[in-house]
Design a protein around this ligand. Sequence first.
Ligand code: DAK
Length: 258
Amino acid sequence: MTYTCIKITIEDGIGLIILDRPDALNALSDTLMHELSNAINTFDSNPDISVLIITGNDKAFAAGADIKGMVDKTYIDAYSSDFIGSHWHCVSNCRKPVIAAVSGYAFGGGCELAMMCDIIIASETAQFGQPEIKLGIIPGAGGTQRLVRAIGKSKAMEMILTGRIMKADEAERAGLVSRIVSSENLLLEAKHIAKKIAKLSTPSILMAKTAVNTAFETTLNQGIKNERGIFLSLFATEDQKEGMKAFVEKRPPKWKNK
Ligand code: DAK
């Protein structure tokens, strides 16, 4: 597939996706979302890639879904087309860890896209918001659910009901982002984290992601049972033997990803 709204590169086991519609503040058009979905699926099935990073530019991660592409849609257009298609779930369906590196606006679908990622790193210029209410709609890609889980009901309700924007420092305090770095270092830091993950044993990384995500889907008891099953299954891997042996022998492990 030829990409016109994103750019991709592969480096050191990291698949980097840059949202690239700067004139529209990276508004998430249908084309962009289809390209993003294609790139994520391609990276997810590439054995040479361990971690994905999604980023935008200094001004915008993404200012939301493309309002100009939605303005004239009728209910029946939306219902009978691929409007709420699987391309909007591409990040949540990705088995490998995905890091969002956010500078500037992450509004509406842009904020939702960041929240679909596993880790959000923000620059000090990042701003998060779900301003859909000001357009006469509500968030449509998980915002009403993921924001509550990330920052709690009161803050999420205030943001969703009023369209209030949250700056990077508040987002960090509220737990939406894992850390804030300078704009110049944003991608560097995201790559640094990605490389740390990429160096570890792939089966345990994939299973850790699955186990953590179960916390959003089930009860504490069920989640702990699920964790126990995954934990025990890792004792069937060669990498568990190697990881523990390497510790005992005081040397770095040589992962086989098996
Ligand atoms: N869509 C389309 N174009 C956008 C855009 C957007 N969301 N945001 C900005 N742009 C365009 C502007 O129209 C402008 O284009 P030109 O006029 O130059 O042609 C250009 O980007 C620069 O924007 P501004 O001139 O407005 O720049 P400012 O710095 O003055 O303001 C701003 C930046 C981010 C505060 C402002 O642009 C703004 O308020 N943008 C809209 C933010 C917003 O309301 N976002 C939520 C959109 S609704 C779905 C899942 C999810 C969604 C939908 C469906 N399915 C699963 C089907 C999500 C919906 C949304 O995200």
